[in-house]
Design a protein around this ligand. Sequence first.
Ligand SMILES: [Zn+2]
Ligand SMILES: [Zn+2]
Length: 256
Amino acid sequence: MRILVVSDLHYALKQFDWLKARAPGFDLVVIAGDLLEVSSIVDRRAQLVVVSAYLRQISQLTRVAICSGNHDLTDRRADGEAAAAWQSDLARDGILADGNSQQVGDVCVTACPWWDGPATRDEIGVFLQGSVPSNGQRWLWLYHAPPSDSVTAWGGARSFGDVALRGWIEKFSPDWVLAGHVHQAPFVKDGGWVDRVDQTWVFNTGQQPGPEPAHIALDLDAGRAYWVSMEGTESIDLNDPSAKPIPLTEWPAIPA
Ligand SMILES: [Zn+2]
Ligand SMILES: [Zn+2]
């Protein structure tokens, strides 16, 4: 199973075009939050119309999974906490979104919402508890913020990691967590795009300008991950828990 992972597109439409062009080469396309951009001159309701159209088009080409980030919270819940209610509209169209847990290939894929307050945060814990895959199936989470105490959460001057996520990783031991949010983490000293947290591989694609988003290609059957950005390509052997990423000098055997 091959997964194409991006995050933090922030309404960069050229990057959505890029994603649509690449999608057919993968079994699953993941956008790990911050699809919209709060500070854009385009109202987020209008952004949502455009982004939803992209997602529906991509979902005609392959499976799509998304989760909300802090830029995506266009609505208020009854308890006053911010939320991305639009995720459930997309879920009705077959896109795996916030609060969904589904089998994709031989993997259980679970999409967690961004939490703006304690009620949503506690609901995520209950949701994860209820989503534990049966019969030892491998488990993949989408979660916009990376966990605390991880290179994937290092912003260059301080860490922006999620303490609650760290606890859930230690409790539930998912195989992989796909995150974003800390745009600089893969590019700064002491940061990184991949980390081993307890028994779990954690990824943060990072964010870059231009038509091609920083992205990760995950080849689960081969046990390899590739991170591609303007700085080049790195790869890591996921079968080795102590592996570190190594630079590649040429494009590896990942579908174009
Ligand atoms: Zn972001
Ligand atoms: Zn964010």
